[in-house]
Design a protein around this ligand. Sequence first.
Ligand SMILES: [Ca+2]
Length: 366
Amino acid sequence: MTADIRKHSAAPRRAARAPGVRLLAALVLAIGCLGGGGAVQGQEPAARPDPQHPGMEAMNVADFLQRPDYQSLLNELVTRHKFDRAQLEGWFGQSRVYRKVQDKFDSPAEAKPYAEYRNIFISQRVKDLGRQYLEDHRELLAEVHRRTGVEPTVVAAIMGIETKFGNVRGGYRAFDALNSAFALHPTRQEFFRKELIEYLLLCREEGQDPFAYDGSYAGALGMPQFMPSSFRRYAVDFDGDGQRDIWTSNADVAGSIGNYLSRHGWRSGEPLALEVELSPEQAQRFNLGHKERFPLQRLLSVGVTLPPFAPAGPTSSVAVVSYDESDGRTRYFVLFNNFFSIMRYNVSVNYAMVAKELDDFFEGLT
Ligand SMILES: [Ca+2]
């Protein structure tokens, strides 16, 4: 894969640029749950052409630092996390804020109907890249499977969605991206305040300065697109070289994806979701939606038949969702435990459904 040839260098590591899905989904939650952090109003500092991104303009975080929200953030970093204030002011002073980048948050792919959303992520190219990825990393993925229980095809599905196997590049300095969201979006400020703190802790733990890592416009890191808090909790040094490198180490990337799902309840060998036929009468018996969970037995008891699949006991908690195809057909899917694990990676049902489709495709290759 392309990541193989991206060796370490003194230059900032190039993280794949996010389609942003996981983050956006998290943000939708953040917006819903957290509300505004305040103190974002007022006149915006002047934007200037940005040397790193030709054609784009950036503001300097230095111009924001006297704001109460930044002062409060710096105070917490100094008093609670023992950072040096002068060093912090130096870092933040060099960071930039992008208004244009933040506009991307306003049109999340998750808002699209599934039939449309799916086309963003599933293409012949992604299928071909996935086939190659599975071939190139057969032993590694078998080892990830052994150690985490997560199947190679599932790791491949996540890799395909997040960064098209490392081929979707670009990116921003992760510190700039996190500052942009913190500085400019009151409704996301609390979420990004936490991620900024996690990010600085992560840099300290990994022995890097805050400009060492590139990320997506939302500050997601590396090929698995982990937010800083997820990196700290779930990234693993799978190849044992002493670094958690989710930018260029295929082993750390695949191992970290496996670890993330494993830690979120993955059950080896079980399906994500299965399509079922439901008559209108049968469909009326259930509340549709991923939050409406009930024992699998209830579905079987009204005569719904499932295709053969690896065991998920009759008491397994399932849900049923539907979506409309572009030709108007309504399709129904039973969601199992592993679908819900994928939704811990990204809270969108659409995202998990794309993972299911890609997983099915990759399984069909073997
Ligand atoms: Ca490593």
